[in-house]
Design a protein around this ligand. Structure first.
Ligand code: GFB
Length: 322
């Protein structure tokens, strides 16, 4: 790996106009919370005003709003089932949002853009932990190939715009995320919020069993969204380069271990039943976080503490509101 050092002096955020695209989502809202500490002028726009999938609307708004920095957190996201059932939406919406925002940012003379990808860009059977260089060295996981192809296109766009136009656009590849503001809908959510919801419901009702999709053996790495937001701000300030950068905690657990941890936190004492008709997806996707460490950053929120926080957010905002 080529040596990587944090930018010194750092890229300046203070006093600048910073646009968070996708500010109502879990990632965007964490960025809004994090950027409150940066003394910058925050710009956001609702979906009802500008649909980022529409090129003319996006370019017009960006030309008028004149952001100097963009965090591109707007995306169509979902868990393994949503990806399998709605592949066209996952590729079309993401490609449209990325191409529109990135081109509009170039036209508006944006000084820095941070694009967000996903660890599913790497081959299904990539060597673990997955280094950034593993990109495009093997076949993708079929359940999320359309989403992954869109995210790969996004990072290649940033790279191409840097090469041809000299734009300082960088890409972050986060691992599986969780935290306040997550999607707890069982058909479209990721595993961590789904298991919080299912295990919490079982603990409340006194049910004996909870159903887990697949075999429980796949391994996943989970990053709290507040750590992610902090990592993205760090990247904006301290990194400028073509290579995308992995963002994770550097440790993973099996889905069965995750379920046991949530059960302990929530107070569920029953059994887990594994539904083999549901897909496992990628067997393992642990990120190599050497680059991010070399840039002087690491995640701080331990998984158990993060789950406790996400569970109380769920109890206050979803369970009690239902
Ligand atoms: O989080 P998840 O939906 O997505 O599923 P991926 C992770 C693992 O948890 C899979 C299992 O092996 C699921 O079968 N699992 C067990 C469950 N019980 C459940 C459940 O109740 N709900 C869900 N959702 N899963 C997604 C990709 O992959 O991760 C996206 O489809 C993206 O492209 C995202 O990269 C971060 O980790 O498999």
């Amino acid at each position: 790996m080529t040596e990587i050092r944090p930018l010194d002096p750092p890229f300046r955020l203070s006093g600048r106009r910073v646009f968070v695209a996708g500010h109502r989502g879990m990632v965007g809202s964490a960025l809004v919370r994090r950027l409150a500490a940066e003394d910058c002028a925050l710009l956001t726009v609702g979906r009802g005003t500008v649909d980022l999938r529409r090129q003319a609307e996006t370019e017009e708004w960006m030309a008028a709003a004149r952001p100097e920095v963009v965090f591109l957190a707007a995306a169509r996201v979902g868990g393994i089932l949503a990806n399998s059932e709605r592949p066209a939406e996952f590729i079309y919406d993401n490609l449209a949002i990325e191409t529109n925002v990135i081109e509009a940012a170039r036209r508006a003379g944006v000084a820095k853009l941070v694009f967000l990808g996903s660890s599913c860009i790497y081959p299904k059977f990539a060597e673990q932990p997955m280094r950034e260089e593993t990109l495009l060295t093997g076949a993708l996981e079929p359940t999320n190939e359309p989403y992954a192809v869109a995210k790969i296109a996004g990072l290649v766009l940033c790279r191409a715009y840097r090469r041809q136009y000299g734009c300082d656009f960088v890409s972050a590849m986060p691992t599986n995320l969780y935290g306040p503001g997550d999607n707890f809908d069982l058909r479209s959510s990721h595993v961590l919020p789904a298991l919080i919801r299912k295990i919490d419901a079982a603990a409340q009702s006194g049910a004996d069993t909870v159903e887990i999709w697949g075999s429980g053996t796949p391994r996943r790495e989970f990053l709290h969204v507040d750590d992610l937001a902090d990592g993205l701000v760090h990247l904006a300030k301290r990194y400028s380069g073509e290579m995308h950068v992995n963002l994770g905690i550097g440790e993973d657990v099996t889905i069965a271990e995750l379920a046991q941890t949530i059960a302990r936190i929530v107070g569920f004492e029953g059994r887990f039943v594994y539904d083999a008709t549901k897909p496992d997806g990628t067997p393992r996707k642990l990120l190599d976080v050497t680059r991010m460490s070399a840039l002087g950053w690491r995640a701080r929120i331990p998984l158990e503490e993060g789950i406790r926080q996400a569970w109380s957010w769920y109890r206050e905002n979803v369970a009690e509101a239902a």
